[in-house]
Design a protein around this ligand. Structure first.
Ligand code: PSU
Ligand code: MN
Length: 305
């Protein structure tokens, strides 16, 4: 299943899955190191892995540990990464430098897609993707995740885009890049903490099978790039957007005041929102990641049939 010219470090579980031809779902690690506080980050990472197993697929959490690209982490590696301080956040631009220098880092959506593709894994579950930030017309802050979706053939299941992003501009860029944006089971594009935004998703699919067929058809057409599946948060776990709007606005103002830039922006905003919601943002985040993991497992199973 591997396309890489470097040694991939497969976990024992992923190695067995490959030998048995089982469905595998990739998971990112920036959500562990930069998206959630310890120890919940490790608990959630374990829980999400278990959700994938319960759904009949095998999880592969991706990270670089001491210069080796890991496809699947053993439990002690997950714990170490989740506890470590100052871990590098690796996107497309950082991957090779980190590997060449023998470094350690967690992978963003973009870097996880690259690694998953090298390992022959076609489906990936996360919480939220990066996108076009509010104020991008002056900051030029547009996540490398969008460009990656345009060029690497992995289907990414996320809960839509957070309001820390400019969601209409994010959808416009995805359209320009030719990335299919598929709402699962509804017409509206989901807004991360809320099941629905006011925006319509460009595409709607109601089953994992349909999403898997579309993925396979893109491959048959020889189209580069993946699909973004926008899976709404379960309604019981939503946070009303009017409650979050002032908190997000304050976090963004703080980021400007403190001159946060580059790859520090997204982790900074997530941390501020966590503090100001007294952890409620995290509870919702956990619910939606688990929900995405289950759908991703179903898609991976459908693809493997
Ligand atoms: N959005 C979230 N949670 C996250 C991230 C984004 O709601 O943890 C992480 C993902 O790893 C994503 C990355 O790929 O942040 C995007 O960072 P940037 O905006 O710097 O590209
Ligand atoms: Mn950015």
């Amino acid at each position: 299943m591997t396309k890489a010219n470097i040694d991939l470090q497969l976990s024992s579980e992923v190695r067995a899955a490959r030998d048995a031809g089982q469905a595998v779902v990739a998971l990112e690690s920036t959500i562990i190191t930069h998206g959630m506080p310890h120890p919940q980050n490790v608990e959630v990472a374990r829980q999400v892995e278990q959700d994938i197993r319960d759904a009949g697929a095998i999880p592969a959490t991706i990270a670089i540990l001491e210069g080796r690209l890991h496809i699947g982490l053993e439990d002690h590696e997950l714990e170490q990464l989740g506890q470590a301080q100052g871990v590098a956040k690796l996107s497309r631009a950082d991957l090779a430098a980190c590997l060449a220098a023998g470094g350690t880092g967690s992978t963003t959506v973009a870097a996880t897609m690259i690694a998953a593709n090298l390992a022959g894994i076609e489906v990936f579950a996360t919480g939220g993707i990066g996108g076009v930030h509010q104020g991008a017309e002056t900051s030029f802050d547009i996540s490398a995740d969008l460009q990656e979706l345009a060029q690497t053939p992995v289907t990414v299941v996320a809960a839509g885009a957070k309001a820390i992003l400019d969601v209409p501009k994010t959808l416009e860029v995805l359209e320009t890049l030719g990335v299919p944006v598929i709402a699962h089971g509804q017409d509206a594009f989901p807004a991360f903490w809320s099941a629905e935004s006011e925006l319509m998703a460009p595409l709607r699919m109601d089953s994992a099978d349909a999403i898997a067929r579309a993925h396979a058809m893109r491959r048959a057409l020889g189209l580069p790039g993946g699909q973004l599946v926008a899976n709404p948060i379960p309604v019981a776990d939503q946070i009303p957007s009017d409650e979050l709007a002032p908190i997000i606005a304050q976090a963004q103002a703080d980021a400007v005041t403190h001159r946060i830039a580059g790859k520090a922006v997204t982790p900074y905003l997530l941390q501020r929102i966590y503090e100001r919601t007294e952890g409620r943002s995290l509870t919702a985040n956990i619910a939606l990641v688990r929900n995405n993991a289950r759908l991703a497992a179903e898609i991976a199973l459908a693809l493997s049939r």
